[in-house]
Design a protein around this ligand. Structure first.
Ligand code: MG
Length: 381
């Protein structure tokens, strides 16, 4: 970094087993946005540091090696988080006193690295810095775990997070001074404080939370949202009924197609399949299949919803646009939305339906047929 010429090393203690989260593997390997969590943690720092060291549990060393490859150096973790960071610290290559060491929890993936440059500058001059957020709940003290012994003034309470950043000489001196102490500090800042070095507070936000308990894993899952788009066209056929969103529109003309030619549902199905990476409706329901002749598109939609469910997907919302020069669809808009809400089991508020003409232009404007666009969001757990 231009104004920070010293070497910067990031140590990530990833020694936990995952037992507290009820996982058969370390939580750092839990899937997040399609990749193991640890890779996201490394991405947070990769562009801003010279070296990344990850301390891993012995029993999962091979797994971490295959996932991390050459992105960083791997050392063995210790019996505690504190020991894991210590192992990482003494593995720093060519250490210099003015170097900076960032320590970041492997289970804190929501850290925003935009503030890191400022924090590094302060850490460089002050010697030590921690990200922390002001306490918002009232903090009670207890001696026996059963009764409150005091209410602390929360104006003086900050909740410590990571990153914690230290000048290398400060951390090294602290390790040396702390050698042989019976108590294991809960973080490196506690040790540095105990050794008499000042630790600066750097204001963070509650979003930078640590994933600790089993229910925290839902935070990872709820973030997997994918978009899908669908488009369909059918030509008019005056001999057939007009069915849109499963609703028969009395004013016709109808649409030509192998099924009931519900152009709106077809665009919707393609959007859902798109968000699920499942191809298109032509692959799932070929128009050469005699069993599908005249079939209600709502039946096909049911099958598409089942396919989405198999992938643990659920619809968040949809925005459907029907392009038609005729008939006027506005009077049927709410009936169509209601039909979709019922068949998708989705709140009306999450279903938007628009109808537009094309101002007399093109095949829609010449009243030769009808088209529909649909965009959906699907959330995966
Ligand atoms: Mg179609």
């Amino acid at each position: 970094m231009d104004d920070l010429p010293k070497k910067i090393t990031c140590i990530i203690p990833a020694g936990g087993s995952g037992i507290r989260m009820g996982l058969p593997f370390p939580k750092q390997l839990a899937p997040y946005k399609g990749r193991p969590l640890i890779l996201h943690i490394i991405e947070l720092f990769r562009d801003q540091v010279d070296e990344i060291i990850v301390a891993v549990p012995l029993e999962h060393e091979a797994g971490f090696h295959s996932i991390l490859g050459k992105r960083c150096r791997i050392v063995l973790g210790g019996a505690s988080r504190f020991d894991s960071v210590r192992n990482g610290f003494f593995a720093i290559s060519k250490p210099g006193n003015e170097d900076l060491v960032i320590i970041h929890d492997a289970a804190r993936p929501f850290f925003n690295p935009a503030t890191l440059k400022d924090a590094l500058k302060i850490a460089s001059s002050n010697g030590a810095l921690i990200y922390a957020t002001p306490a918002t709940d009232t903090i009670k003290q207890t001696e026996n775990g059963l009764h409150v012994s005091a209410t602390l003034d929360r104006n003086h309470i900050f909740m410590a997070q990571t990153p914690q950043i230290f000048r290398l000489d400060v951390l090294e001196n602290s390790y040396r001074k702390f050698e042989g102490e019976a108590k294991t500090p809960t973080d490196e800042a506690e040790m540095v404080e105990a050794c008499g070095f000042p630790v600066a507070l750097f204001r963070s936000t509650p979003e930078n939370r640590k994933l600790t308990h089993q229910e925290d894993l839902k935070l990872l899952q709820s973030q997997t949202i994918r978009i899908g788009h669908g488009f369909d066209v059918h030509r008019f056929d005056a001999m057939r009924p007009l069915i849109l969103c499963g609703v028969q529109i009395p004013e016709g003309p109808g649409l030509l197609g192998h099924s009931d030619a519900d152009v709106a549902i077809h665009a919707l199905m393609d959007a859902i399949l798109g968000a699920c990476s499942l191809g298109d409706i032509g692959q799932h329901f070929p128009d050469t299949d005699p069993n599908l002749k005249g079939v209600s598109s709502l039946i096909l939609l049911e099958q598409v919803l089942l396919e989405m469910k198999k992938k643990n997907g659920s619809l968040v919302n949809l925005d459907l646009t029907i392009l038609a020069q005729a008939p006027k669809l506005a009077p049927f808009r709410d009936r169509m939305r209601q039909s979709l809400a019922q068949h998708l089991n989705l709140d009306m508020d999450r279903i938007n339906l628009k109808a537009t003409t094309t101002e007399g232009l093109g095949y829609i404007g010449k009243k030769r047929g009808m088209a529909a666009h649909c965009v959906v969001l699907v959330e995966f757990s």
